[in-house]
Design a protein around this ligand. Structure first.
Ligand code: CTP
Length: 398
């Protein structure tokens, strides 16, 4: 996702500097060109060689290094940088950057950067909470920096509190949010549903289905990475909450209906990827149902069809997309859904097609609209999500 992007990773002299190596490695795996600039103090904690091995590039520490390729290396580097992240950031670097001090390679380069800038302060809790540090962080925000809050936990000094550098995976999410894709969905509100629903029978049992939520979560993530305001209404899944997405967790079809209809009036695009139960037990037993001799029948009643409700209560300018999972007559059944539910688009897949079933990381989608049918190739759910969003954008009335 970071192919063709240059990330400047500034490393300063705190114990968390060792975690910056994992961050550099993660960014390289995403195909970023990672330029590491260290302060002299940082080199006391971790050697430039570590970063050089991970990134395949020379680490810069000294502004006056005679071996630089460019005459004015800090300006040349600033010009080709797509994003700056300083992790870990000491109280000292926060103070210097907040006040425009530029007395080494890192501060001079960063001062010349016009791209998005992120800073991850990491220090002792008292240092972090000191009003002077907080004022400096506020100043950085004022100058357009994104300050990534430190995590809480056991710190190197032995104290327990706020001041830990967030994990490299967390920092990577922040970076991706800024530069992975052009923000062509800024200002758009996108509502996505994902996962199964769970229909309770008694305090012990429930009816559900095999949906894992991967497709819905991929849609929410891709829309978020393209700058949209995303709300994800999710049935029970094992997938961690996606960052920068408003997540509403629900269990039953009735709860999903309530959450979706509350959010839908604000949505420009709606993607109903959830596998909502069509039936729910007609009666819920407060006590565990005890077995008896002979068979048992459970009366079920229909749940509300959320997609159909949205189709008949739609805002004129909304684009609504439903999903259709079939085992036979894919096109015929899905085209019927497009009409009967009054939606703009159906993403259909056949459960029996290799790579398109439940739980896998890929999908084979056929996009059906009133204008025609487009068959997408076998691809990751994330690529499929991007293609689905693109298709919805072509139908856009807003
Ligand atoms: N859906 C919904 N509310 C329901 C059931 C389904 O909003 N109570 C949505 C799903 O999120 C999906 C689409 O409707 O976007 C699926 O259509 P549906 O006709 O319910 O599919 P199936 O249940 O697979 O249809 P059938 O049982 O007729 O095969």
């Amino acid at each position: 996702m970071l192919k063709g992007k240059t990330v400047l990773l500034g490393v300063t002299g705190g114990i968390a500097a060792y975690k910056a190596a994992a961050l550099a490695s993660a960014l390289v795996k995403l195909h970023a060109a990672v330029e590491v600039v260290m302060t002299a103090h940082a080199t006391e904690f971790i050697t430039p060689l570590t970063f050089e091995q991970l990134t395949g590039r020379r680490v810069m520490v000294d502004t006056f290094d005679r071996n630089f390729t460019h005459q004015v290396e800090h300006i040349s580097l600033a010009q080709r940088t797509d994003l700056v992240i300083i992790a870990p950031a000491t109280a000292n670097i926060c103070a210097k950057l907040a006040h425009g001090l530029a007395d080494d390679m890192l501060t001079t380069t960063v001062l010349a950067c016009r791209c998005p800038k992120l800073i991850a302060p990491a220090m002792n809790t008292n240092m972090y909470e000191n009003p002077v540090t907080q004022d400096n962080l506020e100043l950085l925000r004022h100058y357009g920096w994104e300050v990534i809050e430190p995590a809480s936990g056991r710190l190197a000094c032995g104290a327990v509190g706020k001041g830990k550098m967030p994990e490299p995976e967390d920092l990577t999410e922040h970076i991706l949010h800024h530069i992975a894709f052009p923000h062509d969905l800024t200002g758009k509100h996108i509502l996505v549903t994902g996962g199964p629903t769970r229909e309770s029978l008694d305090p012990v049992r429930y009816l559900t289905n095999r949906s894992t939520g991967k497709m819905g979560y991929a849609l929410a993530k891709m829309a978020m990475l393209r700058g949209a305001d995303v709300t994800l209404v999710s049935g029970p899944t094992d997938i961690p909450a996606p960052k920068f997405v408003k997540l509403i967790r629900v269990e039953s079809a009735a709860q999903m209906f309530a959450a979706v209809t509350e959010e839908s009036p604000h949505a420009d695009y709606i993607f109903m990827a959830a596998a909502v139960a069509d039936y729910t037990p007609a009666n819920y037993s407060d006590e565990k149902i005890k077995k008896k001799d002979g068979d048992l029948s459970i009366p079920l009643e229909r749940t509300q069809d959320i997609l159909k409700y949205l189709g008949s209560h739609r805002r004129e300018d909304q684009v609504i997309c439903g999903f259709s999972m079939e085992t036979e007559n894919l096109l015929e059944n899905s085209q019927k859904k497009l009409l009967s539910k009054n939606v703009d688009m159906i993403c259909a897949n056949n459960l029996k097609t290799e790579g398109a079933g439940f739980g896998v990381d890929t999908n084979v989608i056929t996009v059906i609209t009133k204008n025609g049918i487009a068959e997408l190739p076998l691809q990751s759910k994330e690529s499929a999500a991007a293609a689905i969003i693109d298709s919805a954008l072509t139908l856009s009335n807003n």
